[in-house]
Design a protein around this ligand. Structure first.
Ligand SMILES: CC(C)(COP(=O)(O)OP(=O)(O)OC[C@H]1O[C@@H](n2cnc3c(N)ncnc32)[C@H](O)[C@@H]1OP(=O)(O)O)[C@@H](O)C(=O)NCCC(=O)NCCS
Length: 212
């Protein structure tokens, strides 16, 4: 599913459940030593997907530790992103040569609670979602996921928090979206991001790729 919204130069691996027998490196074990079973499972399958995707780039298996703010620390010369939600885990990676940063996110399909929507979207964004119409599509969940992908693209480059109100997202029903950031950072090189979305199999997924 995630492959369908990523450009060719970004490789990915996904699982619609956990992988029996998937293991962590000892250094990774320490990151989830005190975590509950559900968290250990999603972390382990996320790392498993990341190693499979890195393998497609020719990178041998190794520990993927955690950097500041929770972002994964990718092997030298590569960058990527991990997501997990009920029933789905995925990782996307690429060479740093062509891509400055990327973020992926997946969420179970279904409407956002109204109070959450008010926290993550501006009145203008909510009005634009209403104009998209077609009650069969949960545009608000797509908007939320897009903002998570934007944050995962933004943070590894800048090391800064980005609030939901600091990105304005415009969703195109064709499967794309654009975001305009109201704060800028020279490490991003732009305040406009583009991404793609997909809704399938009871899930919504989004991806943002910022070319170098
Ligand atoms: C960090 C955050 C984006 C994770 O998203 P999520 O939907 O809760 O969870 P997901 O399963 O999709 O993603 C979790 C993975 O994201 C990655 N991640 C965590 N923090 C990250 C960060 N600061 N930067 C990049 N990736 C990060 C990790 O790989 C993590 O999995 P792992 O801990 O097993 O390695 C989210 O919890 C958050 O803090 N959001 C608030 C900030 C935000 O979204 N602002 C909106 C700006 S428009």
């Amino acid at each position: 599913m995630i492959e369908r919204i990523l450009p060719e130069r970004v490789v990915s691996a996904e699982q619609f459940g956990d992988v029996p027998g998937a293991t962590l490196f000892p250094e990774e074990e320490t990151l989830v030593a005190r975590a509950v079973a559900k968290r250990r499972r999603e972390f382990t399958t996320g790392r498993h997907c990341a190693r499979r995707a890195l393998g497609l780039l020719g990178v041998p298996p190794g520990p993927i530790l955690r950097g500041d703010g929770g972002a994964p620390l990718w092997p030298s010369g590569t960058i990527g992103s991990i997501t997990h939600c009920d029933g789905y885990r995925a990782a996307a990676v690429t060479s740093k040569r062509d891509v400055l940063s990327l973020g992926i996110d997946a969420e179970p399909y279904g409407p956002l609670p109204a109070d959450v929507l008010d926290m993550v979207a501006s009145p203008e964004e909510i009005a634009a979602l209403r104009r998209l119409g077609d009650g069969s599509v949960d545009w608000d969940k797509i908007l939320f996921s897009a903002k998570e992908s934007i944050y995962k693209t933004w943070f590894p480059l800048t090391g800064r928090w980005l609030d939901f109100t600091e990105a304005s997202v415009d969703i195109d029903p064709s499967g794309e979206f654009t975001a305009t950031l109201s704060i800028s950072d020279p490490r991003m090189g732009t305040d406009r991001l583009t991404g793609r979305w997909i809704a399938s199999d009871g899930l919504v997924a989004t991806a943002v790729v910022l070319p170098r």
